[in-house]
Ligand binder design. Structure first.
Ligand code: SAM
Length: 220
């Protein structure tokens, strides 16, 4: 097993320990509602990119959405999803969809895994814009270096905290395994926001509790 493979599986194991599927689904439903999902048409064509083990689809299904697709690099994580969404094992820097063909694209905790910023982010955002219908929406939830996240980092770096809390322990393992791309992402907030705003008309923007929550619309 290469070092890279071993670190990926360690990351996947920690990701699965971090929270239960039920906790993750409840978190996703709350976020979707905050971003206005209650007003989205239930038949909207929705793609979740970097969809991982697919709990985003479970949340969307529970809210009544029926036309769901997802893209992720990990066949292992995708295989954990059993449901009606159609999934593709692909790199999100090249999406397997026609131009102007989908209503809503969503990413939750995926962009900060891109290897090289800003070029990979530019490429991925160009793909999102290409695939969205004119007037389609893009929802982003990603880590953001707010005071809360700094405090979480401080705590998770403490051995004692990790010994007491399985959640902090899993979080620490995830961060260590994705350290390079995570740090790269957190260190470039202005460039990231600029790339988003250059491609989408901003409808919502919140940076709080360690998360960026962004909703933008493709021009017509
Ligand atoms: C933190 S997980 C988030 C998964 C999912 N959004 C969730 O919240 O459950 C990040 C995901 O990004 C995937 N990933 C990383 N780089 C990718 C790429 N270039 N294209 C597609 N998926 C990628 C990983 O396999 C992983 O499932």
């Amino acid at each position: 097993m290469t070092t890279e493979t071993s670190s990926i599986s360690e990351w996947e194991a920690a990701y699965q320990r971090f929270e239960t599927p039920e906790q993750e689904v409840a978190k996703f439903i709350k976020r979707l509602r905050q971003m206005g999902a209650d007003s989205w048409p239930r038949g909207a064509k929705i793609v979740e990119i970097f969809c991982g083990r697919g709990n985003g689809f479970v949340a969307l299904s529970q809210l009544g959405f029926t036309n769901l697709e997802g893209v992720d690099l990990s066949a292992d994580l995708l295989s954990k999803y059993q449901g009606p969404a159609k999934t593709y094992v692909r790199d999100c820097r090249q999406l397997p969809f026609e131009d102007g063909s989908r209503d809503i694209l969503i990413v939750q905790g995926g962009l900060h895994h891109l290897p090289t910023l800003p070029s990979d982010l530019e490429q991925t955002l160009n793909e999102v814009k290409r695939v969205l219908k004119p007037g389609g929406q893009f929802m982003v939830v990603e880590p953001w270096l707010t005071p809360f996240l700094r405090a979480v980092h401080f705590a998770s770096e403490r051995k004692l905290v990790r010994a007491i809390s399985k959640k902090f322990d899993a979080l620490h393992t995830m961060i260590v395994n994705e350290q390079r791309t995570y740090d790269q992402w957190l260190s470039q907030p202005d460039a990231i926001v600029k790339l988003l705003d250059e491609r989408f008309a901003r409808e919502q923007f919140r940076a709080a509790w360690g998360k960026l929550m962004y909703l933008g619309r493709r021009g017509r």
